[in-house]
Design a protein around this ligand. Structure first.
Ligand code: CTP
Length: 434
């Protein structure tokens, strides 16, 4: 397929090199069209060497070939990554002052734009209006990711990872006309970090029309009004699962303890404790096709939650004097949410149940052996076994997993890979089961 990779002048231009590689390795014929400013970040020699073609920024080169018309007309897909605020403005107003904007005006194929810029520029009403205009015209605008930006600042504005953009390009090429993505909900949910569901953000895919529930993050079990028992789960894998499910067309409820920005298009239910998570998951599961328990649920909680902050000298001892010893915290068991869903389900319409298990190999068995035993014990349909160890997995952006299916000897090994790639592999397995 003929793909045009437009690159505008932002620091994230370096990520477009990886996207170019992925597109070329997939067998596509890629023409890179940078803007003049993009060449300040990555030079012409790099684009020519990686694409194996000459690279131009204006309409005055190879004039007999009329490239400013031909490149757009012949393309099967145009992807602009990164798309800067300036490029979005020029595209939205139909300007044709360089080769890339000419290509955008002549292209009749799907167009994907991945904006990347500082949060203030992204959130400015001018940029938002341009994005809305482009979305209305059928451009698939990929909402920017949140995270660390060029300087010390962080927030929405990062270019999504090349692997994710590549997956979107592949989908656009295989389902031309897949519904475009709008941006309005991305801003609402990202900024508020709260509840958001914007149906227009969903693009067509194999999970179209499916209702999925994903739990994410580590539960917090209060000891008193200021302290809790928690764990090191960041929630990133659950968020990646939710984001990919939205991209693939699902109606996603994310039950979460995490403060990460909610993936655009997902509906978030914020909870803290295992009991709250159980109530929210059960309610959402009643009408769901799939439940993925990616959360790290505490197995125990303090038997009593002190109404007031527990003091260093915490109470009268047997003689009625202030007690200087350390208090003992009694724990009680939390319900096993996943096991409860397994026990309660019945009938053909029961949801597909997916568990996660963080395992280390030890003297009693390997990571896989522990995973298989847990799959049998839990009775869920799919178990995603996470390899953990010192510094591995918690809070990191990469993950190594083995995906096991009930009743099958086959194991799908994934990684080390981004949590988004892992999420894609999990949804592939679930999609087969559905
Ligand atoms: N889980 C759950 N409720 C709990 C504990 C765990 O729903 N109270 C879910 C997790 O979300 C995960 C799966 O069960 O999907 C496996 O979690 P894990 O902690 O590995 O399982 P446990 O049965 O608690 O096993 P272990 O004794 O190894 O901690």
């Amino acid at each position: 397929m003929k793909v045009v990779l437009g690159v505008a002048g932002g620091i994230a231009a370096y990520k477009a090199c990886s996207l170019l590689r992925l597109l070329s390795e997939a067998g596509h014929d890629v023409t890179v069209v940078p803007t003049a400013s993009a060449l300040h970040f990555v030079g012409e020699a790099t684009w020519s060497a990686l694409s194996g073609k000459p690279v131009h920024t204006d309409v005055w080169s190879d004039i007999t070939e009329v490239p400013h018309v031909r490149i757009g007309q012949e393309a099967d897909l145009v992807v602009v990554a990164p798309a800067t605020a300036d490029l979005l403005a020029r595209a939205a107003t139909g300007q044709a002052d360089d080769l890339l904007t000419n290509v955008l005006l002549t292209a009749r194929c799907p167009v994907v734009m991945a904006p990347a810029m500082h949060t203030e520029m992204w959130e400015h009403p001018a940029t938002q209006a341009n994005v809305a205009t482009l979305s209305e015209r059928g451009v698939h605008v990929v909402p920017p990711a949140s995270g660390r930006l060029t300087g010390q600042d962080s927030g929405p504005g990062r270019l999504p990872e090349p692997e994710d953009l590549f997956a979107i390009c592949q989908r656009e090429l295989s389902h031309p006309g897949a519904s475009p993505t709008s941006h309005a909900g991305a801003r609402a949910s990202g900024a508020a970090g709260g509840v958001s569901a914007d149906a227009s953000l969903k693009s067509r895919g194999d999970l179209e029309g499916r209702r999925v529930v994903v739990s994410a993050g580590g539960t917090r079990e209060p000891l008193d009004p200021v302290r809790y028992l928690g764990n090191r789960s960041s929630g990133k894998q659950g968020y990646a699962l939710a984001a990919v499910a939205v991209q693939r067309g699902a109606d996603v409820t994310l039950v979460t303890t995490s403060g990460l920005p909610v993936p655009p298009g997902a509906t978030a239910v914020h909870v803290e404790t295992a009991l709250e998570m159980q109530a929210a998951v059960r309610e959402a599961a009643a009408s769901a096709d799939v439940v993925v328990m990616a959360a790290a649920v505490a197995d125990f909680r303090p038997a009593q939650v002190a109404a007031h902050k527990i003091k260093k000298t915490h109470g009268p001892d047997a003689d009625g004097a202030a007690d200087d010893s350390a208090p003992t915290v009694a724990l009680v068991r939390n319900p096993d949410i996943l096991a409860g869903l397994v026990a309660e389900r019945g009938g053909a319409s029961a949801p597909v149940l997916v568990g996660f298990a963080a395992e280390t190999g030890d003297g009693t068995g390997s990571v896989l052996e522990h995973g298989r035993a847990k799959l049998a014990r839990k009775g869920c349909d799919v178990l995603v076994v996470n390899e953990v160890g010192a510094g591995v997995t918690f809070g990191k952006d990469e993950n190594t997993v083995h995906v096991l299916r009930r009743g099958s000897e086959q194991v799908l090994d994934v990684g080390p890979a981004t949590k988004t790639t892992v999420a894609g592999a999990v949804w592939d397995v679930v999609s087969d089961l559905l």
